[in-house]
Design a binder for this molecule. Sequence first.
Ligand SMILES: Cc1cc2nc3c(=O)[nH]c(=O)nc-3n(C[C@H](O)[C@H](O)[C@H](O)COP(=O)(O)O)c2cc1C
Length: 274
Amino acid sequence: MTPRALRTRWAMARLPRIARRIDDGSGEFADRKASVFTMGLSFPSPIGLAAGFDRRGRLLDCAHRLGLGAVEIGTLAVADGLPFLSRPIAGGVRCGVSIGKPRHVAWDAAEEAYLRALRALHAAADYLTLNPGRDCPSPARFAEVATAAAQLRDRLARHRLRPLPLVAKLPAHWLGGDAAHIVDVADAFVAAGVDGLLVSAEGLDARRNACAILHMVSEAVGPGVCVISVGGIDSVAEVQARLAAGATLVQVHRALLARDSSLLRALRRPIPTL
Ligand SMILES: Cc1cc2nc3c(=O)[nH]c(=O)nc-3n(C[C@H](O)[C@H](O)[C@H](O)COP(=O)(O)O)c2cc1C
């Protein structure tokens, strides 16, 4: 097991204990945080837990006590081993499910794998995120997958009582070109039919870049598309900066792995807007 995986396992054991020590915030929660309405869903806080931390949704029922508005479980390709996720989730916390394709499946056959995952996992989800993983050949190829996924989502949505928003994760290296390129990439996914873009700044050296890219993406897609920022968010100031740059929601991951996470302490206080 890698040191990072060990830290995640340790944090997964520790966070529910911390949550139990915090008074049950349900009822209070909505008053203390600005809830966000986007993609047809109300999120009790703009701050969510990024994928890869809580792969199976074990934190969902205590997430509201930690001040989180969403937990993105996964990335998963199949539902095997996923425990029954009870609903409604305490505090109105939203469950995103990040779906991907198994590594051995070639990109030529990716549509089939993503659609299989979508069929298997949509019932567990308030929204679904399409994760391109590390080896997706290009944004254009992934936009084709997103188009197929959005078509299936539209068919499934008719049989669901709740909406099924679809989000596409955009790795930072896809948004590295000039402004025109960034707008083209964002537009391609909106044209594919997604409701949200998860704009990753993972690996970007300057946070300034993260905000500049976020600004371009949010201007390009307009207020009808949810823009979620992830990568390098480790303080309330950084949450504020991403929201001010145009993010509708943000996600955190590594900042919550630290033993003394100042972000975790701050999460339950209101986040003043800049
Ligand atoms: C141990 C670990 C596992 C991760 N697993 C996934 C994953 O399964 N799916 C995914 O979309 N992102 C995954 N990520 C990326 C995170 O969701 C997030 O985008 C990234 O860590 C940047 O956010 P941060 O700077 O707040 O950590 C993983 C990250 C880490 C550190």
